[in-house]
Design a protein around this ligand. Structure first.
Ligand code: ADP
Ligand code: TRP
Length: 331
């Protein structure tokens, strides 16, 4: 039997090519080797997103984005966290085995307290219980589906360790393996995609190339990639060019060698280099954009896909909760 992998996706909206190459594409690869499950962590997003219109639309945008990028809902399980009531039942049960001290040590909570202390405000100012108990909800997401591997970035490893601690405490209490102990699958080499200005591409830096922007916008954005002031005739170094770095994401080795030779020969200006980047990017992104637009044009159909995913997920979830309830004497 294949191992189970589980990927939680926070619906934070406005997907960019950094998200695509750094997170979406590698996560979709997992479906080849694992029994893969993907879910939109919408109740996690509620901790920070209080605008209903915004949250409602980012949930759909992100779900449509993953489908457009190639997630096949027939082959994997794809659902919304909020459609699985067992997540919250399990969260309550896990709470009984989670020491408050463990939550006090969570990085995100500690950082928020430290920020308040530095500002001289009340240490708990602006911190809701959702943030404080975030690791328990995440542990429930993971444990509910008997996950073996949870692929995450370095910042999330602590959360996986907490899920392990909580599950182990439960198994130790009942003297049997009631819950499966998950492990983190850290992607050591997950490359950092750099943005228009050469820094890490990030929403918070405003240097992103959007994944599903219309062709015209994509072209306009690519024309904003920073360059030096070398003239057209001058030979250029592809290895230090931000344009070339981005070009590599969208081309094969042969194309890269050919374009690198044109950089080095001189006679190609930055405008032309950007045109080449646009052509390569658009070649890969255009079909995805078309799929995305088609999905977003039929939200009821999208919701149906997510509902069908939840229908596949719920029996698995119910089995875990029942196993736990039985072990706990609540059956
Ligand atoms: P942002 O920095 O734009 O807010 P998020 O924090 O929402 O992006 O990132 C969502 C996922 O995309 C994470 O798994 C993260 O590792 C990945 N990711 C984001 N930006 C990049 C990037 N520039 N290069 C590689 N991966 C990225
Ligand atoms: N905390 C994760 C993030 O910020 C999202 C997430 C929620 C998650 N629940 C999860 C990831 C369960 C993996 C498994 O990206």
């Amino acid at each position: 039997m294949k191992e189970i992998s589980l990927t939680g996706i926070k619906p934070t909206g406005d997907l960019h090519i950094g998200n695509y190459f750094g997170a979406i594409k590698p996560a979709l690869e997992l479906a080849k080797t694992y029994d893969a499950r993907y879910f939109i962590a919408d109740y996690h997003a509620l901790n920070t997103m209080k605008n209903p219109v915004e949250l409602n639309s980012t949930i759909r945008q992100v779900a449509a984005g993953w489908l457009a990028a190639g997630l096949d809902p027939e082959k994997v399980i794809f659902y919304r966290q909020s459609s699985i009531p067992e997540v919250f039942e399990l969260t309550t049960m896990l709470m009984a085995f989670t020491s408050k001290g463990l939550m006090n040590r969570a990085h995100a909570y500690k950082a928020a307290v430290q920020e308040n202390n530095e500002r001289g405000t009340d240490p708990d100012a602006g911190i809701n219980m959702g943030l404080f108990t975030y690791p328990v909800l995440m542990a429930a997401d993971i444990i509910l589906f008997d996950s073996d591997v949870v692929p995450v970035g370095r910042d999330q490893v602590q959360h996986i360790e907490m899920a392990q601690d909580i599950a182990q405490a439960i198994n130790a209490n009942y003297g049997k393996p009631v819950l499966k102990i998950p492990r983190a699958g850290v992607q050591e080499y997950s490359a950092v995609v750099t943005g228009l200005d050469g820094r890490k591409m990030s929403k918070s830096y405003g240097n992103t190339i959007p994944l599903f922007a219309p062709e015209k916008t994509l072209r306009k954005t690519i024309m904003q990639v920073v360059t030096n002031s070398q003239a057209v005739e001058e030979p250029k170094d592809p290895d230090t060019s931000q344009i070339f770095l981005l070009y590599k994401l969208f081309s094969d080795a042969e194309e890269q060698a050919a374009l690198a030779a044109r950089y080095r020969a001189g006679g190609m200006g930055w405008g032309e280099a950007k045109e080449e980047l646009f052509r390569a990017a658009n070649r890969e992104l255009a079909p995805m954009r078309e799929r995305y637009d088609a999905i977003m044009a039929d939200i009821p159909a999208l919701d149906k896909i997510l509902e069908q995913g939840a229908e596949k997920a719920r029996p698995i979830a119910a089995a875990t909760v029942n196993r736990f309830r039985k072990a706990a004497g609540i059956d």
